[in-house]
Design a protein around this ligand. Structure first.
Ligand SMILES: N[C@@H](CCSC[C@H]1O[C@@H](n2cnc3c(=O)[nH]cnc32)[C@H](O)[C@@H]1O)C(=O)O
Ligand SMILES: [Zn+2]
Length: 439
């Protein structure tokens, strides 16, 4: 067996316990072979020689999952801030995106990949365009992702709108299984208000036939809920169900303005919600009822959303924001506790995206993050799970492993040339802004 051994650390197990253990990874299979004491692991792997990753003084956790982003928006980080969603998109973001080339998308996706690897994220969901270039970046980076082309039909003529739907379906069919199976796909209408009903119905029907899941922005702002209620006399989640977009493999971003009936429908349907607390705070969209969603049995994952509304891709920040905002939203300091946000960022994310990973146990995908606890801001360690939620940062990540491959060792990214990626992205962003200004 071609074997990687993570040694000397403490390991976060699926039941939330933290125990001293080694982890043996079968690199050919990309799976975890054994978790246990050094001698137990020796026995399980038959003494096979191994590459080792030192985890002493560190915590080994499942690779974090960023379940909703637009990764190439790293190029627009800090480009337009301090506005609500609708004018922010229409006045700043969409005009800039109109000038983005496929090369830019690739440069931004690579930058995002470096940022994610460095902060311990091993899997993400991405809604954008030029997705073949995003898939290439995922392939080179060694990450895992569920990718889709975002469809917008408002303001487009019939032919353009239909072409956008067709492109999303084609991308979902063609890219599924790319990067040695680490890329999976979804049909991704942008939202229930930016895609017209007939296009939603047609696209969803085709996606269903092909077994492709659906991802969209849902109930993000009141501006998005009210027109649906006014026009249809029903709330967005009911509308989603009516057009057959509320299935057990589907996952919706935001779910900020969902009422009790919608929470129950999501739970019954098994549709996951990706909570994006930083984006919701920054755009002043509102507070998602995370505690209520979880109590109802909805799978809740965490997402950063794009870097232009966050402004980074660090899932550690998202854990802390989710805990803080969840308490404020519920008016209860015991709501959304540390263990809950850690679960949302790991198993919850993997379950929402229906991707392997999210749990450190024999047979699971070898997607692991090793967090260095030897730092002043992480001392003392009364409770490592508390530290993950409330005190650790992405920069505390030491090693990142995805699908059994070491993507970062001792804070050095191995799969991409981080410096070159950063320089290319900075140049692409500068040129982009020049084009936007002269357009
Ligand atoms: N094919 C579409 C692109 C859709 S990609 C997904 C879109 O979501 C946008 N976006 C980013 N963050 C948010 C958010 O928080 N809510 C809604 N849309 C967002 C993003 O800028 C991007 O335009 C077109 O040609 O316009
Ligand atoms: Zn988004």
């Amino acid at each position: 067996m071609n074997h990687l051994r993570v040694t000397g650390g403490r390991v976060l197990r699926p039941d939330g316990r933290v125990e001293r253990a080694d982890v043996a990874v079968d690199r050919d299979e990309g799976t975890i072979r054994a978790v246990g004491s050094p001698s137990e692991v020796d026995e399980a792997v038959g003494g096979a020689a191994a590459e080792t990753l030192d985890a002493s003084g560190s915590l080994v956790i499942p690779g974090l999952v960023n379940a909703h982003t637009h990764v190439a928006m790293t190029l627009l980080r800090g480009y337009a801030d301090d506005k609500p969603l609708d004018p922010w998109l229409r006045e700043d973001i969409w005009p800039a995106e109109a000038e983005l080339t496929p090369d830019d998308v690739e440069a931004g996706a690579e930058l995002g990949a470096v940022e994610m690897i460095r902060s311990g994220t091993t899997a993400f969901a991405d809604m954008y365009f030029a997705m073949d270039r995003v898939a290439d970046a995922v392939d080179r980076a060694g990450l895992r992702a569920r990718l889709g082309h975002g469809v917008v039909t408002v303001g487009k003529d019939e032919a353009d709108a239909r072409a956008d739907v067709e492109e999303s379906l084609a991308v979902a069919r063609e890219l599924d299984g790319a990067a040695d199976g680490r890329v999976r796909t979804a049909f991704m209408p942008h939202s229930l208000t930016t895609v017209g009903e007939e296009f939603l119905r047609e696209g969803v029907a085709e996606a269903r036939e092909a077994g492709i899941p659906i991802h969209l922005h849902a109930n993000e702002t009141t501006d998005e809920v009210e027109p649906i209620v006014e026009e249809r006399g029903e709330r967005p989640i009911a509308y989603a169900a009516e057009i057959d977009a509320l299935g057990p493999d589907d996952f919706f971003a935001h779910g900020v303005h969902v009422d009790d009936s919608e929470v129950d429908r999501l739970a019954e349907a098994g549709t996951a919600v990706v909570h994006c607390p930083a984006s919701n705070m920054k755009l002043a969209s509102g507070m998602a009822p995370v505690q209520r969603l979880r109590e109802a049995g909805v799978t809740v994952a965490l997402g950063t959303d794009g870097a232009a509304s966050n402004n980074d891709l660090d899932v550690f920040d998202e854990m802390r924001d989710a805990a803080m905002l969840g308490k404020l939203a519920a008016d209860d300091a015991s709501a959304v506790p540390a263990a809950a946000v850690v679960e949302m960022a790991t198993a919850g994310g993997a379950d929402a995206l229906n991707l392997p990973g999210g749990r450190i146990e024999a047979g699971a995908a070898a997607d692991l993050t090793v967090v260095d606890l030897d730092a002043p801001h992480l001392t003392p360690v009364h409770d490592p799970v508390s530290h993950l939620a409330y005190a650790a940062r992405g920069s505390d990540v030491r090693h990142t492993v995805c699908d059994g491959q070491v993507l970062m060792r001792d804070r050095e990214v191995l799969t991409l040339d981080a410096e070159a990626v950063q320089e290319r992205a900075a140049n692409a962003a500068r040129d982009l802004v020049e084009r936007v200004e002269s357009a």
